[in-house]
Design a protein around this ligand. Structure first.
Ligand SMILES: [Zn+2]
Length: 226
């Protein structure tokens, strides 16, 4: 399960890996914490959160993933007790063995909050002391930190070869038309070109055509033998 801040973050940072896992027979989930309601100026797309919800749903259908919307506001994501309870409940519904999370050093404040929230909630989801509607997980899932946008500031621990999954990743990202339409905005990168450059660069580092980079969360009870 990818736990991400915004509706297009999984497409940018881990869609190839999710598609590869799906191809290997894994159940794949995407948990989107924020509505994407401030993803562009308010006067351009009316009801942006609803538009982005539809875009994310189309992308999840392509992937064959179960999609969870938590519904926090953009720019207002924090790791706190109420937020943790909501994410714990999503994790207990999907019951992942592996969580892909934003890197704690990511550039975007919502991504950093999402990193803290995913880490805390995925630990507490296995705690019998944390009562929610659903039973606790059998064990805390492993956590892999995802690459940062444009690779900036992220030190990879390992790479996933996504060479056979670049087309589905491209089609998933293309579902996010409202964000791709921002390519002409000053200071806003063309996301499809950016994703392609990033997977090619990470692929070159790892000796394959295309790759996504991650780092294991090295903590007590979080490491696995794969
Ligand atoms: Zn984001």
């Amino acid at each position: 399960m990818a736990v991400v801040a915004h509706p297009d973050d999984a497409e940018l940072l881990c869609a190839g890996t999710l598609a590869r896992a799906r191809g290997d027979g894994a159940s794949v989930g995407v948990c989107i914490l924020c509505r994407g309601d401030k993803g562009q100026p308010a006067d351009r797309v009316s009801n942006l959160a609803a538009v982005r919800r539809r875009e994310a749903a189309a992308s999840a259908r392509l992937l064959g993933a179960k999609l969870f919307h938590v519904g926090f506001g953009d720019g207002a994501l924090f790791d706190g007790p109420a937020q943790r309870r909501k994410v714990i409940d999503v994790l207990r519904a999907f019951r992942p063995t592996l969580v892909l999370a934003h890197a704690p050093e990511d550039y975007h404040p919502d991504h950093r909050a999402a990193a803290a929230l995913a880490e805390a909630a995925s630990w507490l989801a296995a705690s019998r002391g944390q009562a929610t509607r659903r039973p606790p997980l059998d064990a805390p899932p492993a956590v892999w930190w995802m690459d940062c946008l444009q690779t900036t500031g992220f030190e990879p621990g390992f790479y996933l070869d996504i060479s056979d999954f670049v087309e589905i990743k491209r089609r998933m990202l293309a579902c996010h038309a409202s964000q791709l339409a921002r390519a002409a905005d000053r200071g806003f990168a063309a996301l499809d070109a950016l994703a392609e450059r990033q997977q090619t660069l990470r692929g070159a580092e790892a000796g394959v055509a295309a790759a996504e980079a991650f780092r294991c969360h090295r903590a007590f009870q979080r490491l696995r033998a794969w």
